[in-house]
Design a binder for this molecule. Sequence first.
Ligand SMILES: [Zn+2]
Length: 108
Amino acid sequence: MESHKPFSYNPQEVPPILNQPQSTQPLIILAPLNVLGKSSSMATCPSCGVRGKTKVEYEASNKTHLLALLICLVGGVCCVCCPYCNDSCQSANHTCSSCGAYVGTFKN
Ligand SMILES: [Zn+2]
């Protein structure tokens, strides 16, 4: 009997395909969350998409009025304006420096 040698296919001998064509799919870069502080922060504008430093305008919040009332009761009328002068007592409204769109508010 003559053994007929079948065609053996050894998958390990097949060289791996190294030069796979690079996919040209566009990279989807997720914009980092806008972390807004009480001062000008890096943020991505939801309106024009420009990422940059925001413009900040301070606005008296309810907490400011409450603090002013408290100071009025405790320290007297002359100290009432203190929380309005102190940025840390006010909420910071961030707007886009490019188009002026509202980006977000930082509340203390
Ligand atoms: Zn903008």
